[in-house]
Ligand binder design. Sequence first.
Ligand code: TLP
Length: 348
Amino acid sequence: MIDLRSDTVTKPTTKMREAMFHAEVGDDCYGEDPTVNALEAYAAERIGKEAAVYVPTGTMGNTAAILAHTQPADLILVDKECHIYYYEHGNMSSFGGVMPVLSDTASGCPEPAFIEPYLQRDPRRFPRVSLICVENTHNRRGGQAVSLESMAALHEVACRYDTPVHLDGARVFNAAHALGVDVRDIAAQVDSIMFCLSKGLCAPVGSILAGSADFIARARRARKQLGGSMRQAGVLAAAGLVALREMTERLVEDHAKAQILAQGFAEFESLAIDPERIDTNIVILDTGPLGMAAPEFAQMLQKEGVQVSIYGPTMARFVTHHDVSESEVIQARDIACRAIHRCLGENP
Ligand code: TLP
């Protein structure tokens, strides 16, 4: 089976398994796990923030960030397709007591003209917007990399009103490659950032939340509240260190593999896929023009040995990653293209 459902399906590499076996550990709730401490210190430096905390999942990292930045009854401004709003089971409301204000732009990055009126409102009469979130790369918007210019414009308006910006940077290293910048340049545009070690970087578990030392002290309390303080987590952090030290550069290979798919799909005019607009390792295909729902299309591919995920009634998502080779991606492209031909009633 060629599994293109997500880059989360990647398995820890041999080097990671060796590092996990040999990891020095201690009780991290006492701050005594040397491997977790090393990962947090290295992650903070790598991303260009004062401090960092290791969390079990990206979802918990985002939730801890919201808890650390906001008060109950606040508003947070998010894109309507972002992971925090779309997938995280209302954590912002159930744990943080905050409500979302939804922005909707093609890039997924909220625009200053939309944000500013909310930040100007009289706090005696309106709930306060205490956080703005942005996602880069943007998962549901086709793995697009949000430009540094858009992020800087957002940061500028947020700074003027003393409002923090949090980045869901689950795939921020993919974004850095796509934009041709250092990951620190992206992180410099936000007050806090969460990024995942367990997606394209292949660690089995874990994400990092980074920001100022004060913010991270609050986030550590939030992590505890959410049940995410771990004990001898060094066995996991050891794989995270390998992920961060050795796996970020190879993400370009995943982008090249996504281009193989995109170029195949671009042959079908009705699918309107432009490979130049596929920035990273995610290709979303609209099955509507095929006269087929995404679940049916996914089932058809599955029967032929390719797994994709369903991203909406007519949206199928293909994600390339470390654990699928270029030749497997070519095979998957050919299977998908043959299926598309069949749906269109054409002979390949
Ligand atoms: N994304 C998963 C699914 O939940 C959709 C995937 O397969 O892409 N932020 C972003 C942008 C994400 O894509 C994800 C996971 C998360 C946060 C959450 O990370 P985890 O799964 O570690 O909680």
